[in-house]
Design a protein around this ligand. Structure first.
Ligand SMILES: [Zn+2]
Ligand SMILES: [Zn+2]
Length: 322
């Protein structure tokens, strides 16, 4: 009885800090994609968990948008031209205002290939990304992403590369259509070019793939990430004055969402460190690390965890020689 009382008190205490109640169901199929109203002005279409394929058309990450009197701002346009078109249809369900700006949170194809559809519909739209994302995409990685998604889906679905045109460093406060957007970059994390977009009016953070929930973190592209750097970025995100966290993949929610991503990475890092210290090779520790991560066993993407472990192992090895 006493315990129940305590739990009730804790829940009551936590309630004002947990942001909006959401109950987001992650769709299994492209037919089930739906628009979720997150705050007064923010909507998110949550993507399907997994790698791009013919059935999901590359709608594997979350696309969000903010509606204001003067126009719409998109955060991440999706993984193909067709996904971008689907997003524009979803936007049309709630407003007839034009899209005036897009933020791409980082260079991974699932977050920007949809730019092609937005630029086609709105030729003057401004597209923001971190300067290093623009640099790397321009230097050849844009074509690689088009190739990867074309192989996985289909050329006509993917479309052509439309790159972000406005470079950010992080730390900017940008006024768009009378609303303020704060950008944050904490160095090498999920990639070396992550931008988190804070929308202070609604106390919300579009975290890109710094925050991933429900699937193995940073496993699709471990060569781009720094485990320690992503943990630091999550600590930073948790200190921002926001109640609502919109992840790059997985359900939107309160602090519990970035806290879970952070815990996943901390358990992963500590586990690999322990077996590294015992002298095990990366392939020898795989099953032990998976066992240490059992709290996350319902998250998808464990097939790729061997590569993720290898990259964390290399980061630990490199740290020993610093
Ligand atoms: Zn992603
Ligand atoms: Zn990513």
């Amino acid at each position: 009885m006493k315990k129940l009382f305590l739990i009730t008190i804790v829940c009551l205490l936590m309630a004002p800090f947990s942001g909006y109640a959401h109950n987001i169901n992650i769709p299994k199929d492209i037919k089930d994609l739906k628009l979720s109203k997150i705050t007064d002005n923010i909507y998110v279409v949550h993507g399907i968990q997994g790698m791009p394929d013919k059935s999901n058309k590359g709608f594997i990450s979350n696309s969000g948008f903010v509606v204001s009197d003067q126009g719409v701002v998109i955060i991440d346009s999706g993984g193909s031209m067709e996904v971008g078109e689907m997003l524009l249809q979803k936007i049309a369900e709630v407003t007839d205002k034009p899209v005036i700006a897009v933020f791409n949170t980082h260079l991974h194809g699932d977050h920007w290939l949809g730019n092609a559809a937005v630029r086609k519909a709105y030729p003057k739209v401004r597209i923001y990304a971190h300067e290093r994302a623009i640099e790397r995409l321009t230097a050849g990685e844009a074509d690689q992403w088009v190739d990867i998604f074309t192989q996985a889906i289909d050329k006509t679905v993917v479309g052509k590369a439309v790159l972000p045109d406005t470079a950010l460093k992080g730390g900017e406060s940008i006024e768009i259509a009378g609303n303020t957007y704060n950008t944050h970059h904490t160095g090498h994390a999920h990639t070396d070019n992550d931008i988190m977009i804070e929308y202070p009016a609604d106390k919300a953070l579009f975290a890109g793939d710094i925050v991933i929930s429900g699937s193995v973190v940073s496993a699709a592209r471990p060569e781009d990430f720094s485990a320690k750097g992503q943990i630091a970025a999550l600590e930073y995100a948790l200190k921002l004055p926001v109640d609502t966290y919109i992840p790059g993949h997985g359900p939107t929610g309160g602090r519990e969402i970035p806290e879970a991503t952070k815990r996943f990475l901390e358990v992963l890092y500590e586990s690999v460190q322990t077996y590294y210290d015992e002298g095990l090779a990366d392939f020898e520790m795989r099953d032990k690390v998976v066992a240490d991560l059992k709290e996350f066993s319902d998250w998808s993407g464990y097939d790729g965890i061997g590569r993720l472990i290898s990259f964390v192992y290399q980061q630990i090895e490199a740290a020993e020689f610093e």
